[in-house]
Design a protein. Structure first.
Length: 89
């Protein structure tokens, strides 16, 4: 819907309207090669490593990769309407 209404890709919209204004420099809506060595890896119930999901196409429902610090920036900015970025700007 974002791409259709704003005639802008989800990746571009996310970077210009959320990640950049909120100072989320380590976050992305697609997998970055650097994440191969930086991202935490989950484990299953038998304590075996689980392959990370590595989307190369953005998906608004699940594709944001972020760090605890960037996630905190997102939450702080989201809870402060005076500093949050409006999608209609």
């Amino acid at each position: 819907m974002i791409e259709h209404l704003l005639e802008q890709s989800l990746t571009e919209f996310g970077h210009t309207r959320v990640l950049e204004p909120f100072g989320m420099r380590l976050s992305s809506f697609v997998w970055r090669e650097a994440y191969d060595t930086q991202a935490a890896q989950g484990h299953d119930e038998e304590n075996q490593p689980v392959e990370n999901n590595k989307p190369f196409e953005p998906n608004a429902a699940y594709a944001m990769h972020t760090t605890p610090s960037d996630r905190a920036r997102f939450m702080i900015n989201s809870l402060q309407p005076t500093t949050a970025v409006s999608p209609t700007r």
